[in-house]
Design a protein. Sequence first.
Length: 411
Amino acid sequence: LSYNAIGRRPRTHTHGIYMPLKPAHRRVMRRQHRRNNRILIPSSISSKSFWGIAGFVAITIIWLTVVVGMSSRSNEDGGGVVGRMIRRSNLRGGKGEDMVWVHADSQPFNDQSVATQATHLIVVAGHSVLISGDLANAGRSDSVWYLYDYQRNRGLPRAIVSHVQAAIRIAADDERSLLVFSGGETRASTGPESEGGSYFRVADALDLWDGRDVFAEEEDGGDDNDARGLERTAGTTSDAGGDGDEANGDGGATTPSRRSTVRARTVTEEYATDSFENLLFSICRFREITGSYPRKISMVSFSFKRLRFETLHAEALRWPLDRFDYVGVDPPASTGFDLEESSKGERNNSLQPFREDPYGCHTEILQRKRRERNPFARKAPYELTCPEMRDLLLWCGPELIPEGNVPWSKM
């Protein structure tokens, strides 16, 4: 059988002569043509199964369309089906919508230019990074933080949150201040999580920006208040108060009555690997934000580190002590913190090495610490962003840098 090229009519071919097909033969040809062009379905799938699968696919497509449409109409509080699903799994903050701490009304950085107008630098030196989303217990549980063996059961979580609280209260008292949480990506096992970023997240999650004291809200007895040590030194060492009369238990002044702008005046510094770099790099971070150098510096850390910062780091930076305040905040003894033991470790592991090597360039113990605390090989960009500090950033000593080589000598 063949088809006529013009009329497409089927004809039969016999001995070179084309003969028209009879009607019955044409019906057979049409049925055969339809069978050859039919969509084939495997014999193993019945008609009912096929339509069941097709219906399931259609329902799935409709459901996805509804979910996407609802999520796109989510409100400012992070509503919508997808938004609620993300909040419940919560990634960092545990379970429940109450653990989502950034909202539409969270104060944006430099709101109304409050950060760029700062003249006072407040620095919190970091000591660890977060490893848990259980931030409600960031001030109580060692398991929330990546701690070395010598840091465990020593009240470090309490100390960290107390340092954050103390710094926020100082910042709340001075609208021309910039708060810097300083500390780099120091733990290889945690991935690229910085100490400075961890401290900021704790302040957000615990809602500390208005001066809240999470420990005062706990009913843990009055004895703890006597054990909490806060030492504030203003200016030179001879001006030290040391008895904690200027502030309450876990560091700082009274809670401010009006809405705080501290969150809008807080940044992180994420390259420092030791206390000297905490101070040095934070000064440069201040320069990046404000375009100038601070007229005053307040440092928040443990009380036993006061000598290190005042007599070694500030002197190595040629920073005038009459414009340097140190706030020492220690956790209560009930947390396992031992001031005498910590002071002994400070003398052997930090004070003596920094006396011999003020800039941390030559002593093996200081160099090893910097290597170990920089597992991701980060390189600070401050030579480019703070060109006036280039000499200081590259200075290795061991003699002190000439005073004329630092930008604040001319202030």
